[in-house]
Every structure is written in structure tokens, then in C-alpha cells.
Write a protein that binds this ligand. Structure first.
Ligand code: PCA
Length: 167
């Protein structure tokens, strides 16, 4: 069985709104592998009407973002891909991580995959950049898929350059 190393930085982290997807054993294999930070600085912002966390693909600004690693199988990867609308909205891409950032003697770099926002609108770079996501930061509460307005036209234009506003 092939396993993939995934870095989660947002609602899939333990204690956050979609963490249940990482625990449900019927969906697929999902083994916790500890915490890590991105080796490069990235912009992690909360955006859109639904207060969703996005890791922007451009690096250099922001923080060494903190997240959790999981080893997942194909079935779990497919489940996560659906949640994140990969590859239309988020795109899964390699990211270099550092474990034990605070202890240089045992520091270790390795690569995992994370869900990035690639074609992001430039105004996202003006939002507060987080080092570590938590729901309700600045009073912004995440809306789960089931709580979103299914009648509303696609809102992806708010954050993604490849989508237009439909009135
Ligand atoms: N879920 C994925 C990407 C953003 C989100 O909310 C994660 O936690 O990594």
C-alpha cells in the first residue's frame, strides 16, 4: 500500500472544524506523524465569506507556518481532495518542512504535500498573515460546507483569479 505524507495547516488540524475527517477510520488510512513548520515563510490567511484558511503558494512573506503531518492512503487522499476541491480550488503541492525548529542539533528537513491556493487574488496578501491557524481568529468563524448557501452562485471569484463573479 502506498502512503503519502500530507501537511495540514487549517481546518483539518486536531481540534479544528474538519478534524473529524482525519479520524474516521472507514474513509481510509490516516496516521498522525507529529507537527512541523514550513522551512520557507508562507502567507497563511483566512479569506472569503466563509472564513476559510488558505496557504498561498508564493513564499517569502509571512511565517514558517505550523501544521500537522499525516500519512494517508489513496482513499483518504481522495476524501481530502473532495473537501478541498483539488485541483480546481486548492492544489496539492510539495512543501519542504522542518521538524524541531527550536532544536538545531536535531533539525530535520523533509518534503510533504499541502493544499495551496495557487491562482490567488492579490488582495489576499494584504490580510493578516498567521503562523498557526485556529478557527475564530479575529472573530472569523469558519463555515462548514453543510452550512454554506447552496443557492448562492459560486463564490470562488472572491479569492481565485480564474473565476469570475456571476450575478
Ligand atoms: N483544510 C486544509 C487546507 C485548508 C483547510 O482548511 C488543511 O487543513 O490543510
Amino acid at each position: 500500500m502506498t502512503l503519502f505524507l500530507i501537511f495540514v495547516y487549517g481546518t483539518l488540524k486536531s481540534g479544528e472544524p474538519n478534524y473529524n475527517l482525519m479520524q474516521n477510520e472507514t474513509s481510509g488510512v490516516c496516521i498522525p506523524r507529529g507537527v512541523a513548520n514550513t522551512k520557507e515563510k508562507y502567507s497563511l490567511v483566512v479569506a472569503s465569506r466563509y472564513n476559510i484558511p488558505y496557504l498561498l503558494v508564493k513564499h517569502g512573506a509571512g511565517h514558517n507556518v505550523q501544521g500537522e503531518m499525516y500519512e494517508v492512503d489513496d482513499a483518504q487522499l481522495e476524501l481530502l481532495g473532495k473537501l478541498e476541491s483539488h485541483p480546481k480550488l486548492y492544489m496539492r503541492k510539495d512543501v519542504v518542512l522542518t521538524r524541531n525548529r527550536d532544536d538545531p542539533s536535531s533539525r530535520e528537513d523533509f518534503t510533504a504535500q499541502a493544499y495551496f491556493l495557487v491562482n490567488f487574488r492579490p488582495h489576499l496578501l494584504d490580510l493578516p498573515m498567521l503562523e498557526s491557524y485556529k478557527d475564530m481568529i479575529d472573530g472569523k468563524k469558519y463555515s462548514k460546507h453543510k452550512d454554506r448557501d447552496v443557492q448562492a452562485p459560486l463564490w470562488w471569484y472572491e479569492i481565485h483569479t480564474e473565476y469570475e463573479q456571476k450575478i
